[in-house]
Design a binder for this molecule. Structure first.
Ligand SMILES: [Zn+2]
Ligand SMILES: [Zn+2]
Length: 281
């Protein structure tokens, strides 16, 4: 009797240790509504580097709280330049990448007639840009992201703090500055723009920062930290987007691989590792 109790205790301790080591699996939660052939992308995180102290909001938490999702009438990702884009900007490449990432239609618009008001220490207020966008949200837009080549700042932190972009959790607007994305390496520039825009657009789905893995949704306080983030979403963040949009996972990865072919080798490897998961063979 004592021996069997001892064995049961060992099993329970081992089980609790195992789940304690993998909080991301708890965060992904049940996959009952996911096609069994596609569950692997949420169950295998081998391509992602775990954080030393994993934490973050679970998928259940995300789904049980109010958050923004596209509808049939309102599902276009609209990029709107608020000034003339720099010559390094490539609408075709960026649209193709974001279309693959979100599996939603993407459009570029220009609002060049009205100059941007209110420079503070050479930077635009992200909140002021976002309130301008909010007033002119197209009827078919899920998200409207304003683009500028000028530096921006958040009014919460002031112009002394670095800000690359800001996506609003609830009102479907975002703003992104290409000011710090500049590089003489065209591939690096594209790679930075892909990451910046997809990260900020993810926030407009009310998805918060991720602390489970080295993931696109990690916060970044410097261009080095931003460069160190991968191009892809970890299984927890991917599941949040997938629960809202219900896209086919393998098709999305294949399209991303094509769209990101100019990306840096580390991310190409990450994409290929995801595509080599058993169900896609
Ligand atoms: Zn962020
Ligand atoms: Zn993540």
């Amino acid at each position: 009797m004592l021996r069997s109790l001892f064995c049961v205790s060992i099993v329970l301790i081992l089980a609790s240790l195992t789940s304690a080591q993998e909080p991301w699996k708890t965060a992904v939660g049940g996959l009952f509504d996911v096609d069994p052939a596609e569950r692997i992308w949420f169950q295998d995180a081998s391509a992602f580097q775990p954080r030393s102290k994993p934490r973050g909001k679970s998928v259940d938490y995300y789904l049980s709280n109010w958050h923004q999702t596209p509808t049939d009438q309102r599902r276009v990702v609209v990029l709107r330049w608020l000034e003339t884009p720099p010559s390094s900007w490539d609408s075709l490449l960026v649209c193709r990448y974001l279309r693959a990432f979100f599996q939603l239609p993407v459009r570029v618009e220009y609002d060049l007639e009205r100059p941007i008001q209110g420079l503070n220490e050479g930077k635009y207020s992200a909140e002021r840009l976002q309130s301008r966008l909010l007033k002119t949200m197209p009827d078919d837009a899920f998200v409207l992201i304003g683009l500028t080549a000028q530096d921006i700042y958040s009014e919460d932190n002031g112009p002394g703090y670095l800000l690359f972009g800001q996506g609003h959790y609830y009102n479907r607007t975002a703003v992104a500055s290409l000011y710090h994305m500049k590089s003489s390496d065209t591939r690096l520039f594209q790679h930075r723009v892909f990451k910046l825009l997809s990260h900020e657009i993810m926030h407009t789905f009310s998805v918060e920062h991720c602390g489970f893995f080295h993931c696109l949704m990690n916060p970044s306080g410097s261009i080095e930290e931003s460069d160190a983030r991968p191009l892809l979403l970890c299984p927890v963040c991917l599941r949040k987007l997938h629960a809202d949009l219900g896209f086919r996972l393998e098709r999305r990865y294949r399209e991303l691989l094509t769209a990101a072919q100019s990306a840096l080798p580390g991310d190409a490897t990450l994409l290929l590792r995801r595509l080599r998961l058993p169900s896609s063979k």
